[in-house]
Design a protein around this ligand. Structure first.
Ligand SMILES: Cc1cc2nc3c(=O)[nH]c(=O)nc-3n(C[C@H](O)[C@H](O)[C@H](O)COP(=O)(O)OP(=O)(O)OC[C@H]3O[C@@H](n4cnc5c(N)ncnc54)[C@H](O)[C@@H]3O)c2cc1C
Length: 461
């Protein structure tokens, strides 16, 4: 058995900790069974956003006639779209693995790690141990228990971002952000997309108004079957046939590809974390304290596998804290998740930070909320965004910004200024009293906050 000062399991966000430890002269083992760089680089944020840019370009061309330009797409070179992304990513993956192998204090173990005892891990035929272990092993796509599924060549987001051939007709099961982004990607490039979602609305975790508008827009773009579940899957030659219970009725769908985008499950089972005494919650995510230490002193966890926010910027924040807390035991810092923003790179884009109106209501906060349409600003009008709006939520008495929810063009960019203000716990003055470039798109954010009836009680006196 080999002993190290530190073992890091997972080469995604975990690498932030292993590289700092190696730079400090500690002996480090990095355990990874897939390509280096983790989900974000190989199967997540980066390939999906690069591919979606091709879809966005296509959409711009399709909308060109709204602006008096006649344009036609003569071909979609699927191979070129996918290869552009794969070649950039694969080069990066190789560089990262190479960099780790060349660092004298790091030993790379390529294989699936599994705990076999207290702070002891088995990787292939080898056993390794360390007093300090960081579990950063992430999640994988959830697979539904559908009758007949094992006989059908279904895909998940893992494969969808590297498909060698564009599907002609694709059924996407799911209604969350991955389903929404991939529907946009495939749909904009010409695949006929059918979404099957068990709930009454897409993006159910968003503010109700945003989720309702998004569902409305997607119902215009795609066939969207709500309140629907797939009961059975069959293979029929090159095609897949699905039996779907949709709003109480039985329907049959045919497609040449089936994509499951129904959430993620933690990799704690593969790792057998309980063998080292680490506790998991009822969904299998690792339980950690506010410093990200598990129930076992010296064993830490971060990123998707702790199940707080399944977002890369959250994993990065956590990795910074784990590194700090391991190397500064006298001065541990708890993670402050306040104002964790997120964005969905569908079309329309969606972005959000802070409390939704429903959450503010459920928490019993005295709040005010207001929405402002893109189309009522000069820039929104000039880009013909008729669906977009910004919803502002603030504390009625203190004026503190509680949340902001955006659907529409460049939502992922617009949210950032509000995320910064919420992080600093600023009031709406930070936005309403600032000077905005006219007539740029951020005016819609300012107008949304400016339209809040913050001082409604005072006015009525
Ligand atoms: C399609 C898609 C799009 C996304 N888009 C965004 C986005 O736009 N913005 C955003 O913020 N987030 C996005 N995410 C989420 C983001 O990718 C994750 O939150 C982030 O990558 C999690 O990082 P991590 O370090 O916790 O885990 P990971 O990056 O998943 O790293 C875990 C690593 O551990 C390895 N591993 C697992 N088990 C073992 C084992 N037993 N032994 C050895 N190695 C093991 C895995 O191979 C993996 O490399 C997206 C995810 C998906 C799937």
């Amino acid at each position: 058995m080999q002993s190290f000062d530190l073992i890091v399991i997972g080469s995604g966000s975990g690498l932030d900790v292993s590289s700092e430890a190696a730079d400090r002269g500690l002996s480090v083992a990095v355990v990874e069974h897939g390509p280096f760089g983790g989900t974000c680089l190989n199967r997540g944020c980066i390939p999906s956003k690069m591919l979606i840019h091709s879809a966005d370009v296509m959409e711009t061309i399709r909308r060109a006639e709204l602006f008096g330009i006649t344009a036609q797409v003569s071909a979609v070179d699927w191979d070129a779209i996918v290869k552009r992304v794969i070649s950039i990513i694969d080069d990066d993956v190789q560089d990262i693995e190479e960099g780790n192998r060349q660092q004298p204090n790091i030993t790379v173990f390529k294989g699936t790690g599994r705990f076999v005892g207290h702070k002891v891990l088995e990787v292939g035929n080898e056993r390794i141990a360390a007093e300090t272990i960081v579990i950063a092993a992430g999640t994988r796509p959830r697979i539904l228990d559908i009758d007949g599924l094992s006989d059908v060549p279904f895909i998940t987001s893992d494969e969808a971002l590297r498909l060698p051939k564009q599907p002609r007709r694709l059924v996407i099961v799911g209604g969350g952000y991955i389903a929404a982004e991939l529907a946009h990607f495939f749909g904009a490039l010409g695949t006929e997309v059918i979404i099957v979602h068990r709930g009454p609305r897409l993006l159910r975790l968003e503010d109700d108004d945003v989720s309702a508008r998004f569902t409305e827009v997607y119902q215009r773009r795609f066939a969207v079957l709500l309140n629907s579940v797939v009961r059975r899957a069959y293979r029929d030659g090159e095609e897949i046939e699905l039996e779907v219970a949709s709003d109480g009725q039985k329907r049959t769908l045919r497609a040449d590809a089936l994509l499951l985008a129904v959430g993620r499950v933690p990799n704690t089972d593969l790792l057998d974390v309980t063998q080292t005494g680490v506790a998991v919650d009822e969904r299998g995510f690792i339980k950690v304290d506010e410093h990200l230490e598990t129930d076992v002193p010296g064993v830490w966890a971060l990123g998707d596998i702790v199940g707080r926010y399944l977002l890369k910027h959250s994993a990065n924040l956590e990795a910074d804290h784990v590194a700090h807390n391991i190397f500064n035991p006298e001065n541990r810092v708890p993670v402050d998740y306040h104002a964790m923003p997120h964005a969905i790179f569908a079309s329309p884009q969606v972005a959000s930070v802070g409390l939704t109106e429903q959450q503010a209501r459920e928490e019993g906060l005295p709040y005010v909320a207001s929405t402002y349409r893109y189309y009522d600003t000069v820039y929104g009008l000039s880009i013909e965004d008729r669906d977009g709006f910004v919803k502002a939520v603030a504390h009625r008495e203190t004026g503190e910004i509680l949340g902001c929810h955006i659907i529409g063009s460049e939502a992922s960019i617009l949210i950032q200024e509000v995320a910064n203000a919420v992080r600093m716990r600023l009031t709406t003055d930070a936005i309403t009293q600032s000077i905005y470039v006219h007539p740029a798109l951020p005016e819609v954010v300012q107008r949304a906050f400016g339209s809040l009836p913050i001082w409604a009680d005072d006015d009525s006196e």
